[in-house]
Design a protein around this ligand. Structure first.
Ligand code: GLA
Length: 425
């Protein structure tokens, strides 16, 4: 629940210098970020579904026909993405992760899908996925093997890029396991990017380059952005609150380094949405959705669309929250402050609007009140001279008219988040 401490009902005159500030903000925020991979894709963060967190490397279709990695699983998900409103709100890419391959390449050196689990081949699956108005993503690895031990792409970058293009693949997640050296890793990621471009097919290129570099040296994000449409920085997401907290901590600790490089065409990827699974409470699911919107993160769900609660579905399909994630300005948000176990994050949006998320990280006690001065939001410019504030999460409701001099008092559940949108009056 959210209550308002000081709400001023009457507008005041807009002093000239405040209007000038608004204009300056517009100019500054409109400045383009670093040069992006020139494939015209991912102008807003990629949205879709990715099998890994929920289904992992289950290849036992005998014992578990409904949850093994097989064409049946992807066809069922494609059908639901089309029929259950997912596609309509933007979830477009249906993505295969590790463990789709046969253990050996074919006689011409091409990757092949496991024939038992994918009897129609990837091309057949791509056709089906396209017939539903969706796009197909696939997985490969820059090294000698994939993380789960299937054939790696090292030495085969051009062949693999062409194979994926021939099959009609629309996205490649390129993992970084089993590389011999940093040079191998870096050159491999670059080589595959150019190889994909040379095929002439539009293929979103999802990298894990910085994640595998961090233990050895600081990644050069300006360079990575020139080759990848999004890039993983940190550990794999798990279906747990601890995992979500770790990802948020890593992101805020490194925000100075990673935020400015994100923008249309290239995004930091904090990994999959695990909303609709087993490990997060309702409030924690709200936190993941809100913060993934603030972080301008790819929204790749990893859940079972055949068995998902109406509540989780409504959260994942929340158009207002998705609109923040997909905001065309494409500026990633950041953590503004952390105080007494409350974190305040904010993100500039187009039309001089701002999104603000307040997270209550205290895991003892009940809902807590937090008061913040409106003037401290949006670098002093979120509400000049006044604005309308709408709460989007945990439930949508209009909070009303605020002035720059107002305070905002909100109540946040333990491990939950209140997500707000501040817009010109
Ligand atoms: C790595 C990646 C995961 C997933 C697995 C598959 O751990 O970071 O996202 O792709 O490999 O083996």
């Amino acid at each position: 629940m959210l209550t308002v401490a000081m709400k001023l009902e009457n507008g005041i005159q807009q002093p000239g210098f405040l209007l000038a500030l608004r204009f300056l903000a517009l100019v500054l925020w409109s400045f383009p970020g670093a040069r992006a991979l020139d494939n015209g894709l991912a102008m807003t963060p990629t949205m879709g579904w990715l099998h890994w967190e929920r289904f992992m490397c289950n290849v036992d279709c005998q014992e578990e026909p409904d949850s093994c990695i097989s064409e049946k699983l992807f066809m069922q998900m494609a059908e639901l993405m089309d029929s259950d409103g997912w596609k309509d709100v933007g979830y477009e890419y249906l993505c295969i992760d590790d463990c789709w391959m046969a253990p050996k390449r074919d006689s011409k050196g091409r990757l092949q899908a496991d024939p038992k689990r994918f009897p129609g081949g990837i091309q057949g699956l791509a056709n089906y996925v396209h017939s539903k108005g969706l796009k197909l993503g696939i997985y490969a690895d820059v090294g000698n093997k994939t993380c789960a031990g299937f054939p790696g792409s090292f030495g085969y970058y051009d062949i693999d890029a062409q194979t994926f293009a021939d099959w009609g693949v629309d996205l490649l997640k390129f993992d970084g396991c089993h590389c011999d050296s940093m040079e191998h890793l870096e050159n491999g990621y670059k080589h595959m990017s150019l190889a994909l471009n040379r095929t002439g097919r539009s293929i979103v290129y999802s990298c894990e380059w910085p994640l595998y570099m961090w233990p050895f040296r600081k990644p050069n994000y300006t360079e990575i952005r020139q080759y990848c449409n999004h890039w993983r920085n940190f550990d794999d997401v798990y279906d747990s609150w601890q995992s979500i907290k770790n990802i948020l901590d890593w992101t805020s600790s490194n925000q100075k380094r990673i935020i400015d490089v994100a923008g249309p065409g290239g995004w930091n990827d904090p990994d999959m949405l695990v909303i609709g699974n087993f490990g997060l409470s309702w409030d924690q699911q709200v936190t993941q959705m809100a913060l993934w919107a603030i972080m301008a993160a790819p929204l790749l769900m990893s859940n079972d669309l055949r068995h998902i609660s109406p509540q989780a579905k409504a959260l994942l399909q929340d158009k207002d929250v998705i609109a923040i994630n997909q905001d065309p300005l494409g500026k990633q948000g950041y953590r503004l402050r952390k105080e007494d176990n409350i974190e305040v994050w904010e993100r500039p949006l187009s039309d001089l609007a701002w999104a603000v998320a307040m997270v209550n990280l205290q895991e003892i006690g009940g809902p807590r009140f937090y008061t913040i001065s409106i003037a401290s939001l949006g670098q002093g410019m979120a509400c000049i001279p006044d604005c309308i504030i709408t709460q989007l999460l945990p439930v949508k409701r209009k909070l009303g008219f605020y002035q720059w001099t107002s305070d905002l008092k909100i109540q946040i559940n333990p491990t939950g988040t209140v997500l707000l949108r501040l817009a010109a009056n």
